[in-house]
Design a protein around this ligand. Structure first.
Ligand SMILES: [Zn+2]
Length: 150
């Protein structure tokens, strides 16, 4: 005879019964009928409680671990993040190339400044230092320019 998995309406325990319509587990039914519970009944109650605990714990675990829909959703998310990462890596490459290009043009445009030796620039800096010119705008500007060409 097939056993039906039911939930007891009295104690909320999962129990098995050959009668599909049973609404009470055996110990609860016996109690209702005025029977004294035997050692076997008490053991059954403990078993039912343990089973119910495990039965209730399983859906929570499987929801994230083995739910195929959730798994598919997460796999898609990983794929999206990977293509996003690839796009960003490409962007970084392009930016690196642009930086290299800018450095090259900057080097070319400041070449006329490189005609001044480091020592000469140092002397010019000593001469036009803002401290010696009441912090004038001109002195500050020329000092900045010289510092950038050192
Ligand atoms: Zn019960």
């Amino acid at each position: 005879m097939p056993q039906h998995k039911r939930t007891c309406q009295d104690c909320d325990s999962t129990f098995f019964s050959s009668y599909g319509r049973s609404i009470q587990c055996l110990p609860c039914w016996k109690t209702d009928q005025g029977y004294t519970l035997s050692k076997a009944d008490n053991a059954l109650i403990v078993t039912q409680e343990k089973y119910t605990e495990l039965d209730n714990a399983q859906p929570a675990n499987s929801a994230s671990d083995s739910d195929p829909k959730e798994l598919a959703r997460l796999k898609q998310k990983v794929r999206n993040m990977q293509s996003e990462k690839d796009a960003l890596a490409l962007q970084v490459k392009v930016l690196h190339a642009q930086v290299a290009q800018l450095r090259a043009t900057q080097g070319a445009s400041s070449s006329y400044g490189s005609g001044l030796s480091r020592g000469f620039i140092k002397k010019l800096l000593m001469l036009c230092h803002p401290d010696k010119h009441d912090n004038s705008d001109l002195a500050t500007e020329v000092t900045k320019e010289l510092l950038s060409r050192r």
